[in-house]
Design a binder for this molecule. Structure first.
Ligand code: A3P
Length: 296
């Protein structure tokens, strides 16, 4: 993987109505034609909403201690393939998913709901969506782009925030993403909509809710063990979940497991930025019943 180090930051362009970089569109036909199986579980999120966290929870719920080697030798991004990716010199997300031998297959996507391959809906797959409040989501995304050479250069915080508000960040507008899946849930009952803030406030409860959605009767002791293993500090120490094996990420700029908190936006937004943001937010979200907590 070391050759990835020399990778240069990608250009952004409009693709199917959203802002994209080529790593997520180069394999488009195979992604759109992906053959889901009825027992596949799709983990869908806007980038930086808690994807890795929920992926690891799901992985432990299904595999538990069954395959210890898998958990100590295979990074989470291999165990839970990122469907739309095609990075040079690496198997594509589709290939990784096709080659998964575990059941169910856990598959990750950041695609907005309208671009999810049809087959997931046709097969009535379970979909787990995690949403995070816009302000913390933006802050986390900013630091992620600073350290990840596979993403465009975010510029300074103000530049990035304007871009986020304009819906020009990679994978498109946060607003449409969270609202799109929220609306889908009204007609597609196999979608479980979760919030990052609830996971921070009471992980155990969220794991319990997940089990009930998935139809799992995981005993309480096991759920508690999972809650512990997926704690921020534990995942930050765990090489298989902390992304330290990805050469295009520079942890000296910012670690992947950065803070894991609700409300860090307060350390980034100026009063003026916050006012501008709130005003625009009200406009963009006025037709949605979706409610977020920006502090807990
Ligand atoms: P911060 O940058 O705010 O720290 P994703 O996995 O979707 O890329 O999301 C990454 C964000 O989730 C980062 O947020 C990361 O620290 C946080 N995160 C990951 N695992 C976590 C955990 N176990 N508990 C709390 N936050 C976690």
């Amino acid at each position: 993987l070391s050759f990835l180090k020399s990778l240069s930051r990608p250009e952004q362009f409009e693709f199917e109505g959203i802002s994209m970089v080529h790593y997520f569109t180069d394999n488009w036909e195979n992604v759109q034609n992906f053959k889901a199986r009825p027992d596949d579980i799709l983990i869908a999120t806007y980038p930086k909403a808690g994807t890795t966290w929920v992926s690891y929870i799901l992985e432990l719920l299904y595999l538990g201690n069954a395959e210890p080697e898998r958990q100590t030798s295979m990074p989470i991004y291999i165990r839970v393939p990122f469907l739309e990716t095609l990075f040079p010199g690496m198997p594509s997300g589709v290939e990784l998913a096709d080659n998964l031998s575990t059941t169910p297959r856990l598959i990750k996507t950041h695609l907005p709901v309208q671009l999810v391959p049809k087959s997931f809906w046709e097969q009535n797959c379970k979909v787990v969506y995690v949403a995070r409040n816009a302000k913390d989501n933006a802050v986390s995304y900013f630091h992620f782009e600073r350290m990840n050479m596979g993403q465009p250069d975010p510029g300074d915080w103000n530049t990035f925030l304007q871009k986020f508000m304009e819906g020009k960040t990679v994978f498109g507008p946060w607003y449409d993403h969270v609202c799109g899946y929220w609306e889908k849930k009204q007609t597609y009952s196999n979608l479980h909509y979760m919030f990052f803030e609830d996971m921070v406030a009471d992980t155990g409860h969220e794991v319990e809710q997940l089990c009930s959605f998935l139809g799992l009767s995981t005993p309480i002791e096991e759920r508690e063990r999972i809650t512990k293993s997926t704690h921020f500090n534990t995942m930050k120490q765990n090489k298989m979940t902390n992304y330290s094996t990805v050469p295009i990420m520079d942890f000296t700029i910012s670690p992947f497991m950065r803070k894991g908190k609700v409300g860090d936006w307060k350390n980034h937004f100026t009063v003026a930025q916050n006012e501008q943001f709130d005003e625009q937010y009200k406009q963009k979200m006025k037709n949605s019943t979706l409610q977020f907590r920006t502090e807990i």
